[in-house]
Design a protein around this ligand. Structure first.
Ligand code: OGA
Ligand code: MN
Length: 295
């Protein structure tokens, strides 16, 4: 490649990544995820680590295309079994469906039409997924927006006294309930955070790709700060969570059909607004497998 071409390419990729203006997130424009060459993918990956969430609009992806694109980030998890005990897509265990749609009285996906509260995906595992990619096939006319929050920004905003208090703590990430409040397959529900099943991770983690520190909260329900009296754990968690919902740390995405959003599942949390259950919302999702424990 001569110098002129490489300059043009750099400028092109720089202008094609458009930050949301919020604490996190960027839109990558003018790309087709089905035919991304290695150079463009490298630029996309760099943007992903810089902005934590990427939006790519106007895609036309089959499940196989979604799987092929997602695999470029790493090995994929198989989707967890649904609340009703079924697999989402026969023959494609990598695809998870988020939907309220019912066929013959049976939900085709997870999470219904209610609110999905702030969470990060599957942090109750010892090695949680690196990222999740969500692709919009059908979208309700209003509602069902997804918000993301930067856990770098949340950590940075803590007063230094609070940073000192949390520095060496460990947190149990509950595995009982999903973000829609449904009990996970095969789990006996319990509401004692000290004894509920889940993985224990450092409360403050360092992101392996960026080297930046982040607060790793996972989700509020049944969370427990290991070794503390329950009341003290609850009080400190409430204090930390009071930083989460601040608009200056978040970005809200209003979906259109054909949007793909991929989020860093370690440096961000997400939530979803409820929507009218008479409307249809169908999203297909993949999850990139974790390779190491948070530390
Ligand atoms: C998810 C999730 C929210 C949404 O797929 O992990 O939380 O907007 N989805 O559907
Ligand atoms: Mn989620």
């Amino acid at each position: 490649m001569d110098i002129e071409t490489s300059t043009v390419r750099e400028i092109t990729s720089a202008t094609d990544v458009v930050p949301t203006g919020g604490a996190l997130g960027a839109e990558v424009r003018n790309i087709d995820l089905k035919s991304l060459d290695d150079t463009s993918f490298a630029a996309l990956l760099e943007a992903f680590h810089r902005h934590s969430v990427l939006l790519i609009r106007e895609q036309h992806l089959t499940d196989q295309d979604l799987i092929a694109f997602s695999r470029r980030f790493g090995d994929l998890d198989f989707a967890p079994i649904q609340e009703n005990g079924r697999r989402f897509v026969e023959g494609l265990p990598e695809i998870y469906i988020v939907s309220n749609v019912k066929v013959n009285g049976e939900a085709i996906g997870s999470l219904g039409a209610g609110e999905a509260v702030w969470h990060t995906d599957m942090s109750y595992l010892d090695t949680p997924p690196i990222a999740s990619a969500l692709y919009a096939l059908e979208i309700p006319p209003v509602g069902g927006n997804t918000s993301f929050c930067s856990m770098y920004a949340v950590y940075d905003a803590l007063p230094s006294e609070l940073k000192r208090r949390v520095a060496d703590l460990k947190i149990k990430h509950d595995g009982t309930y999903n973000s829609g409040g449904f009990v996970r397959q095969g789990v006996t529900p319990t509401d004692d955070p000290r004894t509920s099943p889940g993985a224990i991770h450092p409360l403050v983690c360092t992101h392996p790709a960026s080297g930046r520190q982040m607060l790793y909260l996972g989700r509020r329900r049944n969370a427990y700060l290991v070794g503390l009296e329950l009341a003290d754990s609850e009080a400190l968690l409430d204090e930390l969570w009071s930083y989460v919902a601040r608009p200056e740390f978040a970005w809200e995405h209003v979906w259109k059909v054909g949007d793909l959003v991929i989020w860093d599942n370690r440096s961000t949390m997400h939530r979803r607004d409820p929507f009218d259950d008479h409307a249809r919302r169908i999203m297909h999702r993949t999850q990139i497998k974790g390779t190491e424990r948070p530390r």
